[in-house]
Design a binder for this molecule. Structure first.
Ligand code: ZN
Length: 149
């Protein structure tokens, strides 16, 4: 009986430390270079809705060094980014009505902030998701892993 209690206790501690990594609300900074402040986000399926807050701490305008946050499945990144280039800045460099896009924020320039909230209920814990910036040419470098746990 004592062993059983100890096992449960140990399991509870491991569970808590794993969950501590996951979040429902993420703050990401960008600047006048091709880099997100985080290269991996872990969201808990229990969140339901996840919010991404993007802040551009640089000085360059959005038509020169614009950044946004776009989420797709890993295999869709290149095609979505390529199609987005011709969509233009007014469409946040995301093809209008692109069903491969799970969520995206508007494009921002230096000193601006934006956020996007979306439901992750339909996302899978076994699928690989990537977030990236769809400003032309940025997705090669500006990307990270979005993991659902
Ligand atoms: Zn960018």
């Amino acid at each position: 009986m004592r062993l059983f209690v100890k096992l449960i206790f140990t399991y509870a501690i491991i569970g808590v430390s794993l969950n501590a990594e996951a979040s429902c609300d993420f703050q990401i900074a960008v600047g006048d270079n091709l880099q997100f402040s985080q290269d991996k986000l872990v969201a808990s399926k229990a969140c339901g809705t996840v919010t991404i807050r993007l802040k551009h701490e640089g000085k360059l305008s959005k038509n020169m060094m614009g950044h946004n946050w776009v989420l797709t499945r890993s295999k869709d990144v290149s095609a979505v980014a390529t199609d987005g280039m011709s969509a233009g800045l007014n469409n946040q460099y995301v093809k209008v009505g692109d069903s491969r896009v799970i969520a995206f924020s508007k494009m921002i320039g230096g000193g601006e902030e934006t956020s996007v909230s979306f439901d992750i209920g339909s996302l899978s814990t076994s699928e690989e998701y990537i977030f990236f910036c769809s400003f032309p040419g940025h997705f090669y470098a500006m990307r990270g892993i979005f993991e659902v746990v």
